[in-house]
Design a protein around this ligand. Structure first.
Ligand code: ZN
Length: 319
């Protein structure tokens, strides 16, 4: 019977060796353990109220059926990327592989080097071409000149859907999962799925209609991943997701509720994406308003595809 992989995160204000040792003892048995320290950036408002967190120690334990993986935060916390910034995932082993490149923050690059312990990074797999996932490529290539960078739809050796790739001490299967971005991919390692920006806890995923986002494709991609019954999702932002089906179902419900709200706004006479957004997203930080408008547009386009709405320039009405 498949053994469920375990993953434990210990968050503390110190790299106190005893804490690490205690965690190691508690998690002992037939598991592999990776330990590293990461200096977190000072989190900007509105996420951080109170003391900055100078250091945290993370302990990850992988079960025997999944490859060892190490979370290396990209040190780019912001309103957009969340209080801990982007997650990048290192699979050490025969083919040291990093999933997503971060933004080239020097401490992130150093953390990758420390985790590799002198071995060169062989491969970077990009979940999608948004800047917070891909901008670190030049800094990584400068540090490890022989590293291969692979993403869907671009580069010398573009990723293909269902392609099986040697990574870490095993293989990953590529899943093309467009919707959030046209080139979005997830990478499957047995029951674990490195899911990029498909899903995140503590926030929703933006579907930017004016930048290649497609809500109909996004919903299909969610269903595709759900059907594979992953045990765990390892996202590009936020904590690990231990109950993928439940979270994906909540996402689908959220989208259906949002669609119903947009239909009600159209019925109430709001005609433009801006007007609809202001009627349903109240109290949104100004920096996030354009994304909300873009998200409404994604819903309107889906309603048009579903023949429930029609478009006349910037004005939308129900059929
Ligand atoms: Zn993204």
């Amino acid at each position: 019977m498949r053994r469920q992989p375990e993953l434990t995160e210990v968050t503390e204000f110190t790299t106190e060796p005893k804490l690490v040792e205690d965690a190691r003892r508690e998690q002992a048995c037939s598991t592999s353990i990776a330990i590293f320290s990461a200096r977190l950036p000072l989190c900007p408002a509105p996420f951080l109220r109170g003391e900055p967190r100078p250091l945290r120690t993370l302990v990850f334990v992988s079960g025997s059926d999944s490859m060892q993986h190490i979370l290396l935060p990209a040190n780019n916390a912001s309103t957009w990327t969340g209080p801990t910034g982007n997650n990048t995932w290192l699979l050490p082993g025969r083919t040291p592989t990093l999933i997503d490149a971060g933004v080239g923050n020097p401490e992130h690059i150093e953390a990758i080097a420390q985790a590799l312990d002198g071995r060169p990074l062989a491969l970077v797999l990009i979940t999608h071409g948004h800047s917070d996932h891909v901008n670190g490529v030049p800094a990584i290539a400068a540090r490890w000149p022989d590293v291969q960078i692979r993403r869907f739809g671009s580069g010398d050796h573009p990723l293909e859907d269902r392609e099986v790739i040697a990574a870490g001490d095993g293989t990953l299967t590529t899943l093309h999962t467009p919707g959030h971005a046209p080139d979005h991919c997830c990478f499957l390692d047995g029951g674990e799925c490195f899911c990029g920006d498909l899903v995140r806890l503590g926030g929703t995923i933006v579907i930017p209609a004016t930048r290649g986002g497609d809500l109909s494709q996004y919903l299909s991609s969610l269903q595709r991943v759900r059907d594979l019954r992953p045990v765990r999702l390892l996202p590009g932002h936020g904590p690990v997701i231990d109950n993928p089906a439940k979270v994906i179902d909540a996402y689908v419900r959220h989208r259906a509720e949002r669609e119903a709200e947009i239909i009600r706004a159209l019925e109430a006479g709001f005609e433009t994406p801006e007007g609809i957004a202001s009627s349903i997203y109240r109290g949104l930080p100004p920096a996030l308003v354009p994304a909300a408008v873009d998200s409404v547009l994604a819903h309107l386009i889906k309603l048009k595809v579903d023949r429930k709405a029609r478009q006349d320039g910037d004005r939308w009405t129900l059929n």
